[in-house]
Design a protein around this ligand. Structure first.
Ligand SMILES: NC(=O)c1ccc[n+]([C@@H]2O[C@H](COP(=O)([O-])OP(=O)(O)OC[C@H]3O[C@@H](n4cnc5c(N)ncnc54)[C@H](O)[C@@H]3O)[C@@H](O)[C@H]2O)c1
Length: 245
């Protein structure tokens, strides 16, 4: 996947899928802006990219704050001159399973803020440049929780359902501007330590962040130019049905 000359923004780039995506896209030749609330960790990822001969810019940002996000995107445009690709991987709210009746309002507001508002903030901040240049690829991280729901993670499931429908509607709005918008719904990935005991799928293992990054790299490449408004499951067959039935 040759991404030479492409300028990328990856949120949640300090860890897991976002980190693996940032490293892979940089290795494919893209200049990568790393956004995350964990400032030390994105510095480390940026250093790894620079040490490998790539170009990276680390920006400590809380994606729930629209003004911070706009400021960060302005810095990316000042440094790179354009934004071709946005990967929304910042996410929260799946590490603790709690019945919805016991979930404090502040916790569910936080889950919706990071997963939904954070994604919306970043998309809105980059769109001006993409629409003006009539080019762009956006990939949002949803979850299998969007389609099957996960008990104990009701608000997380709802937030990811919002991402899937947002992705589809946005793809319809932005198609005429030559911007592709897709989402990826992972099952259990290794960065998710809460459910470490079993993968619960037909491949009988958890996925690797790098395996999700490979799918993202394809979707943001020229090889995926006719794909938009799609949701891609990457879950080892987890949602196919009961094992052994
Ligand atoms: N890991 C899984 O099993 C799994 C499964 C389905 C979906 N997903 C989704 O994939 C995405 C990436 O997951 P991951 O496993 O890499 O998680 P992760 O926890 O390893 O990475 C998420 C990153 O988002 C950052 N983040 C959280 N809140 C933020 C905020 N307010 N502002 C900026 N950054 C913030 C965190 O600091 C972290 O670096 C998430 O959207 C998640 O919901 C993950």
């Amino acid at each position: 996947m040759n991404l030479t000359g492409k300028c990328v923004v990856v949120s949640g780039a300090a860890s897991g899928i976002g980190r693996a995506t940032a490293l892979l896209l940089a290795a494919e030749g893209a200049k990568v802006a790393l956004l995350d609330i964990k400032s030390d960790d994105i510095e480390t990822v940026a250093k790894t990219i620079w040490d490998g001969g790539g170009t990276a810019l680390s920006l400590a940002v809380d994606v729930t704050h629209a003004a911070e996000v706009k400021g960060a995107v302005a810095k990316v445009l000042a440094a790179f001159g354009q934004i071709d690709i946005l990967v929304n991987s910042a996410g929260a709210g799946w590490r603790q399973s709690t019945p919805f009746k016991d979930l404090p309002e502040g916790t569910w507001e936080w889950i919706l803020d990071v997963n939904v508002k954070g994604t919306l903030n970043l998309v809105q901040a980059v769109l001006g440049n993409m629409v003006e240049r009539r080019t762009g690829k956006i990939v949002n991280l949803a979850s299998i929780a969007a389609s099957v729901g996960i008990p104990g993670l009701a608000v997380y499931s709802a937030s990811k359902g919002a991402i899937v429908s947002f992705t589809k509607a946005l793809a319809m709005e932005l198609g005429p501007s030559n911007i592709n918008v897709n989402c990826i719904s992972p099952g259990l990935i290794e960065s998710q330590e809460r459910l470490a005991k079993t993968a619960g799928n037909f491949l009988e293992r958890k996925g690797k962040p790098s395996e999700v990054a490979e799918l993202i790299a394809f979707l943001v490449s020229d090889h995926a130019s006719y794909i938009t408004g799609a949701e891609f499951l990457i879950d080892g067959g987890r949602v196919l049905g009961p094992r052994g039935a």
